[in-house]
Design a protein around this ligand. Structure first.
Ligand code: SF4
Length: 291
């Protein structure tokens, strides 16, 4: 079995930024204790566990509002996925110290949505229901229409005036265009502002480029990570068989004997050591040759 490492791998800029913000808070920079995270700073259990062990308290709840109501003092870290202005305002009202680890790509989408709403646009947002990034965007205005998949598009509210479709930064870029074409059949004047971040797009393009070259794509990353899940979906939608594992131990659940060439890709929040462990474990399987 031949193993192909599908680049790029390792943390994206947004994850590096978010981790650095938590490190600075732990070092005492602009942070009063206790230090809370408004959910998982990035979607990787290993990264979050390491911060927990160093004293960061990870808030849990059905929404950012609910999490925020659990605390009354200290520092709150807004995760890489962002939060609405309403959440920031509430945190300030409660006297909390705010550290904002929002990825700049997410901030850019917030600004775009606000600008379009001010210009009188009806805004359709393609994103995963209940994902923190989607929650943050929907928190901008109740007028935003969530499109979570391409089922029942004809049942969505129709904006007669100017209308635009935009998206969560970590969706499949091919699906954004497919969805736009479908929605345009219902709303012909619909415009598109595609907002896939570079890290997500480059990883998806790299997987698609392996079509016909690999028999199996092993996607390494947390099940909570949307960009990781999209890598698996991208592979499958392009005819490449794919599995997703969070770490090397899960490889034991699979039989690799039918495959001659296996590609390894990883989500933008998967630590390099975990990817390397997976590659090493694959290489330890009989008759493999890492590329
Ligand atoms: S995957 Fe994209 S949007 Fe998410 S943190 Fe990384 S760069 Fe930002």
């Amino acid at each position: 079995m031949k193993i192909i490492k599908i680049e790029p791998q390792g943390f994206c800029g947004g994850v590096v930024y978010a981790i650095n913000m938590v490190e600075k808070a732990l070092a005492g920079e602009n942070a009063t204790k206790p230090i809370y995270m408004l959910g998982n700073v990035v979607h990787n259990k290993n990264v979050v566990r390491a911060f927990r062990e160093r004293g960061v308290i990870v808030l849990e709840g059905a929404s950012r509002d609910e999490m925020l109501e659990k605390i009354d003092s200290g520092t709150i870290i807004i995760t890489a996925h962002g939060a609405s202005d309403k959440i920031r305002k509430r945190a300030r009202e409660k006297g909390l110290n705010i550290i904002d680890a929002t990825c700049r790509h997410v901030t850019k989408t917030h600004e775009l949505v606000k600008e379009k709403l001010s210009a009188g646009y009806g805004v359709y947002y393609y994103g995963k229901k209940n994902h923190p990034e989607t929650e943050g965007i929907l928190g901008i205005s109740s007028a935003i229409i969530l499109v979570s998949d391409d089922n029942n598009l004809d049942k969505l509210p129709k904006c007669e005036g100017k209308a635009i479709l935009t998206n969560q930064t970590t969706m499949s870029y091919l699906e954004v265009y497919r969805l736009y074409e479908k929605l345009r059949r219902i709303i012909p004047h619909l415009e598109l502002a595609e907002e896939i971040c570079d890290a997500t797009r480059r990883r998806q393009e790299a997987v698609i480029a392996q079509k016909g070259k690999i028999d199996l794509c092993v996607v390494v990353g947390d099940t909570l990570s949307n960009n990781t899940r999209m890598l698996k979906e991208t592979a499958e939608k392009n005819g490449i068989k794919a599995i997703q594992v969070e770490g090397a131990a899960e490889l034991d659940n699979y039989d690799f004997s039918p495959y001659e060439t296996v590609g390894v890709t990883a989500g933008a929040s998967t630590p390099k050591n975990i990817i390397n462990d997976v590659i090493a474990a694959l290489a330890a399987i009989k008759n493999t040759s890492p590329n």
